[in-house]
Design a protein around this ligand. Structure first.
Ligand code: HEM
Length: 498
């Protein structure tokens, strides 16, 4: 009996020693934890807490460790959060070799196990967005607006002067995916609902794959990841929709070279021309188109869904918006120049994104080497680091009455300080990070801003908008650091007699 007790005590002592050793040797043990314990195993409680109340914990960390860092527990990993504008700047300045954006995103999505490393190592579709899409904005915007004119009434189906109720997220997803794909793949594929459903599903598949990969044992991730991947399946199903276009376009390029009259001016063409010297297959090209859809669709559709919910919740702002839009469209038409002049529409979207946004954190990075931040914090190699966007955007010392939705605060600021561009929707700063900040700030935001401004302006001019049953604005949902509008939220629309 005594022998058994001795063995049990010895085992307990070994377990306690290993536990203490693991706890003490955790390279992040010096960074304060918010949300619960940081000890091995017990830290699962911190994960549960972070998923239960991410906003409150990020706000607590932001206040307690302003100008420094803290950490919160995700599933199976820590996320170090830098707190306050100075630290955002610190993160922005770090070069990719030290703090990598691509590896940071990869750390959260694990796409290397499903799509391989090629899109990460050679992200030429990102350069295309920065260069070709940017330069073509004036040329492609009329197509986007043309598509919105057809897509909005298709999905917001009103009868005479009756009110009609639609699900906000489902509707904005359909409209945004169609308008965006007018520029990504052109007519008629951008109106093919089967293709659009695949483009929308791709994002959900990436998230499904992420969850799957995180539970597969490390040694089997590469082999099983490709085999079980939902994104791979969706890409294969997209082939019949895009292959005929690719065949036709490849043949034309071979016959006439890359400068022939009537050459399509869209993302598929730009990606095809980038892919030919790389000897990419059709599947590889289609993967890139889907990755552009991944970056563009849910981000934009959630942002406009938030804005429409804000509009419906505060209908008093419809009148001043209409006044601005009517006056500008009367002189400029539906052009990029007109969008540039719509300061109130621009401000409305910027404010809605400040209050809601698509994430509670932003400026995602992974440390590729040991780094010591300016405040003296040591960040070991392989650490996931982000900036606390939600608390920054809700900081009263940065935004007066930060908790109040004040849709024209930025247009007022633009008029007051005579700085026309500083407070516009696309402008990022250490205090405004829904699009990230610095070298990797969203390159698609110029396209998104024009598309969403056109969509909001079109809806404001053509519809009356209110919330179903005059209820208050439905609360947003958070999944860890991600935010979405309430998936069940509905908006009522009535066609205006103009
Ligand atoms: C309102 C809509 C959008 C929002 C809120 C948004 C937000 C973001 C954010 C937060 C980042 C990461 C920045 C960082 O962590 O530093 C990002 C990156 C990116 N976004 Fe967007 N985005 C939007 C629309 C778009 C669109 C329409 C496109 C494509 C046409 C796009 C393409 C990209 C790409 C390619 C990156 C990665 C940039 C890089 O690798 O350097 N986004 N976006």
């Amino acid at each position: 009996m005594e022998d058994t007790q001795t063995v049990l005590y010895a085992l307990f002592a070994v377990f306690a020693a290993v536990y203490l050793f693991r706890w003490r040797s955790d390279p992040l043990s010096h960074i304060p934890t918010i949300g619960g314990p940081s000890a091995p195993i017990l830290s699962y409680w911190s994960t549960v807490n972070f998923f239960r109340k991410p906003k409150a914990l990020l706000r607590e960390g932001y206040q307690r460790f302003h100008g420094s860092v803290f950490k919160v527990a995700l599933i199976g990993q820590w996320m170090v959060v830098v707190s306050g504008p100075k630290m955002v700047d610190e993160l922005r300045k770090r070069p990719d070799e030290e703090m990598s954006f691509i590896e940071g995103v990869e750390e959260t999505l694990h796409t290397r196990f499903t799509l391989g490393r090629e899109p990460l190592d050679d992200p030429f579709h990102v350069d295309i967005i920065k260069d070709k899409l940017m330069k073509s904005l004036t040329a492609v915007l009329p197509d986007v607006i043309d598509e919105l004119r057809v897509a909005v009434p298709d999905y917001i189906h009103t009868k005479e002067d009756e009110w009609t109720t639609v699900n906000t997220m489902q509707t904005t997803l359909k409209i945004v995916s169609r308008a965006s794909n007018r520029v990504f793949v052109g007519l008629p594929v951008c109106r093919n609902q089967e293709y659009l459903d695949l483009a929308i599903r791709f994002t959900i598949d990436v998230l499904k794959d992420t969850a799957l990969i995180s539970i597969i044992p490390e040694s089997m991730k590469t082999s099983l990841g490709q085999y079980l991947s939902a994104v791979k399946k969706t890409v294969r199903q997209t082939v019949p929709h895009l292959k005929p276009l690719l065949d036709e376009r490849r043949a034309k390029l071979e016959e006439y070279g890359d400068d022939y009259s009537g050459k399509p001016n869209d993302m598929l063409q730009w990606i095809l021309e980038g892919a030919i010297p790389r000897n990419y297959s059709d599947i590889q090209i289609i993967e890139r188109i889907m990755l552009v859809n991944f970056a563009a669709i849910h981000t934009s559709s959630n942002s406009i869904a938030h804005a429409l919910l804000d509009l419906a919740a505060y209908p008093d702002y419809i009148k001043p918006l209409r006044k601005e839009i009517e006056a500008i469209v009367a002189t400029e038409g539906w052009t990029k120049a007109a969008m540039g002049k719509m300061w109130k529409v621009d401000s409305f979207l910027r404010e809605s994104q400040r209050i809601n946004g698509i994430g509670l954190t932003s400026v995602t990075r992974k440390a590729l080497m040991d780094v010591t931040l300016n405040d003296g914090t040591f960040i070991p190699k392989n650490t996931l680091v982000v900036a606390a966007s939600y608390p920054t955007h809700n900081d009263d010392s940065i935004y007066e009455n930060a908790a109040t939705f004040d849709p024209f605060r930025f247009s007022r600021m633009r008029e007051e300080d005579g700085e026309g561009t500083k407070h516009q929707y696309v402008n990022t700063s250490v205090e405004y990070i829904p699009f990230g900040h610095g070298k990797h700030a969203c390159p698609g935001r110029f396209f998104a801003a024009n598309e969403l401004k056109a969509m909001l302006a079109f809806i404001v001019l053509n519809y009356d908008v209110k919330l179903a049953n005059d209820a208050p604005r439905p609360e947003n949902r958070c999944f860890g650091p991600n935010i979405i509008p309430d998936p069940g939220a509905e908006i009522m629309f009535r066609k205006r007699r103009t």
